[in-house]
Write a protein that binds this ligand. Sequence first.
Ligand code: ATP
Ligand code: MG
Length: 573
Amino acid sequence: MKLSKLFVPTQKEDPADAVVASHKLSIRAGLFRLLTSGVYSVLPLGLIIKNKVEKIIREEMNAIGGNEFLLPALSPNELWNETGRLEDFGDIIFRIKNRELVLAPTHEEVFTSISRNYITSYKQMPQMWYQIQTKFRNESRPKSGVLRGRQFTMKDAYSFDSTWEGLDASYELQEKAYRKIFTRCGLNFFVVSASSGAMGGTKSEEFMVESDAGEDIVVISEDGKYSSNLEVAVSYVDGVSRKGTNLAYEEFHTPAIKSIEELAGFLNITDKSRLAKSRVFVIPAKTEEGKDKYLLTLVCGDDEVNETKLQSLFGASLRPGHPEELMDITGADAGSIGPIGIKGNVKIIADLRLQDADELVSGANKNDYHIKNIDLKRDVQGIKYCDIRTVKEGELTLDKTSKLRVTKSIEVGHIFKLGTKYSVALGAKFLGKDGKDNPIIMGSYGIGIERIIATHIEQNHDSNGIAWSGEIAPFKVILINITTQSKEITEYCDTLYKELMDKNVDVLYDDRDDLRPGFKFKDADLIGIPYQIIVGEKNFKNGDIEFKVRKTGERSIISKSDLSAKLNELLNA
Ligand code: ATP
Ligand code: MG
């Protein structure tokens, strides 16, 4: 490809709204253009890369028996109501105003609806179906370029099995294929266990890339054996010890004390573990006639309650109580709530660390008052103890063999064992070996295409631009003619370009006229093609050309006659 013909609108300036490197560089290198918040046009150079990523994905999906589909982006509300997800997705889902249609954020419903019409017997399974298609999600405040778009391309795959062992096998096939895909895409990734969230199901894992640009927080052990999304991470941590003094609890005045920090200061103590932190959560009623349920959570003052763990304990979505609700239920504002003397009907869940605790301090359910010497076992009836805290940096793995690190990461892929959630909701049944009707057992497996590109840039760039590595580089080599005014040099470059093309070397030829060498060098570094062949007057006179490795910046002057061997060595490596 000749750069004079390829539309690559590079720019010097970072886009004003960009914070993360991949956002800045992907716009500056002319891969994408913003249309409106979270919506990007893919420009020709971006599309070359995107097509390479998709080719890798297709190859790996086909290798595990995947059937490629292409489903519509529009789908009827009716279908989403069958699973209840029109409501569950809330504002994330784009609805069409003048029709009963949505722009699909994912395709479990549509794929399952196809399976319910065509898969009728265990003999037709397993099936592995996938597509590479546009998804629409009304993400709030998208701000990281194509890392989080409102419209983006996803490879989504779905497995259909007649047995749970079959699901395990399909899941494993996808897991292995994902490892190959991300390796071929040049990403340094790891896998974490994750919450299944709105998708439902029994097991899910995320493919993560450590990066400051990430919005997920993960926990990794120093020995690399444990990794988990913070939302579901567990650790070994000491419980609060029992003092056994059996002091009676008593209320005391704590004027204007609202936070655990203020309370610790007021009591002049540094160990906050005995200051029980209380929060109220609401599980909204499922029907209009139903009643909301209330939870009071208790964790140590130096811990935070983990909402995802709470959600999975109750198998329901929940939300923090509003100030009026707190006052109604407990009789106090947020800073003065506690487990003793609650007015309303509230279920109390305490973290495991508090299981044996006594001499605890907590709010008195009366503004500006706290209670001390609380012995949960003695003083509060009906508490349920569960792991509801968020893991912290420096804690140990459950087996106490390694320290945990908490870090930011980008989720590039997600695999789920869905089980029968969608097949039951949509009535996708098959006739089993036992002669009975059974729901199809499903898995779902997603990868964000643009997110792979952006993540690759996050991991492969420097202050001059992108430095592609591996298979998804838009080209392997850029041939730069810096002396286009010389007929001799231009003829040499034209011939070399032709030769490289004939040898199937993936080459971009910067044949643009009337540009200063410095401008061409800057563009080449910004676009980030791995190898640069630079042809200019000075070296050419001596029968030489310059060769540069983009990533290391290493330059060498080599004889024209050695170029072929040099390229062979590098491209075959
Ligand atoms: P996130 O937690 O980042 O919002 P998700 O868990 O909602 O993502 P999934 O439904 O698991 O995403 O989608 C599968 C894959 O699609 C993700 O692993 C990610 O690579 C990609 N993806 C999801 N949302 C976006 C988005 N808004 N922009 C770009 N890629 C996305
Ligand atoms: Mg996900």
